[in-house]
Design a protein around this ligand. Structure first.
Ligand code: GDP
Length: 204
């Protein structure tokens, strides 16, 4: 499996700005700075596609990237068109009191109303398996029955034993149909697992 020909398609903050048609969508969501842009770039093997930033909380639109998922099996080659949907990072500069909210309303609107959403990757930093804001996001997604896969990011930053322990903790705190995938954008680790998960989500 391979992702080929990635390209920015469009941005949206309202449902009438979502792309027309029925191309399957795979969404990416996580705390600001969790490594979401790096993950998207690493899946697409394209450095500058999603913007990697040291200053979190910048992207405030839903960004669509068109990609082709290419499968080669012996002589046969099939290509499926998909959208990768980069959702704004949450948990940055949260306001307190009455205005306190998990994320902008348009993120929730996209997740609950997009007809083409096949799978949402929720990214959790493998070094920080139990942040309240991630658990809050998970609870919201689970309550809304969103098809979910957890990706544990920055796996290269942990020693073997911490890694095993934290992955087990994530699996326990964020139960989903399939276990969390440990990912390193730096080392391209976990890439095949993620591509297979995408394949399974769009072929049924
Ligand atoms: P985003 O805000 O969620 O899109 O996060 P970014 O992709 O911009 O990454 C935030 C920071 O973490 C950047 O400095 C990245 O270089 C770093 N980072 C992201 N993924 C990894 C990873 O797998 N390994 C390491 N070591 N650093 C990473």
């Amino acid at each position: 499996l391979q992702i080929i020909r990635p390209a920015y398609k469009s941005s949206a903050v309202r449902s009438d700005q979502y792309p027309q048609g029925n191309i399957p969508e795979i969404a990416f969501l996580g705390r600001s700075n969790v490594g979401k842009s790096s993950l998207i770039n690493s899946l697409c093997q394209h450095r500058g596609l999603a913007r990697v930033s040291g200053a979190p909380g910048k992207t405030q639109t839903i960004n669509y990237f068109q990609v082709l998922l290419q499968e080669k099996r012996e002589e046969e080659e099939t290509r499926r068109q998909l959208y990768f949907v980069d959702l704004p990072g949450y948990g940055y500069a949260r306001t307190g009191g009455r205005n306190r909210q998990l994320w902008s309303h348009f993120i929730g609107e996209y997740i609950t109303s997009s007809p083409n959403l096949h799978l949402l990757f929720l990214l959790v930093d493998l070094r920080h398996p139990d942040l309240p804001i991630d658990r809050e996001a998970y609870t919201w997604l689970a309550d809304n029955e969103v098809p979910l896969q957890i990706i544990a990011t920055k796996a290269d930053k942990l020693k073997k034993n911490e890694r095993v322990r934290n992955l087990a903790q994530i699996q326990k705190l964020f139960p989903t149909a399939f276990p969390p995938i440990a990912y390193s954008s730096l080392k391209q680790e976990g890439r095949n697992d993620v591509l297979h998960t995408i394949y399974e989500a769009v072929t049924d």
